[in-house]
Write a protein that binds this ligand. Structure first.
Ligand code: SF4
Length: 65
């Protein structure tokens, strides 16, 4: 199966520069899941910029929506 990295990058909302997983959604999700976190695309634009990918931060972010 062909990697869709270039296509994914066009839609990736993560503002953390220099991440080697950017656009490789399977690796991104695996990384954050192993750390008990969620990837950037689960957060609002404002919350995403804080780089706190914890589940607690995700819940707090959703309460504000
Ligand atoms: S969400 Fe995390 S793993 Fe995914 S691109 Fe951003 S910094 Fe990298």
């Amino acid at each position: 199966m062909e990697c869709k990295k270039e296509r994914n990058l066009k839609n990736c909302p993560c503002s953390y520069q220099g991440c080697s997983r950017k656009g490789i959604c399977c690796e991104c999700l695996k990384h954050h899941r192993e750390n008990g976190e969620l990837p950037a695309c689960y957060f609002s634009k404002e919350a995403e910029k804080k780089y706190d990918r914890s589940i607690e931060a995700f819940i707090e972010d959703w309460k504000k929506r």
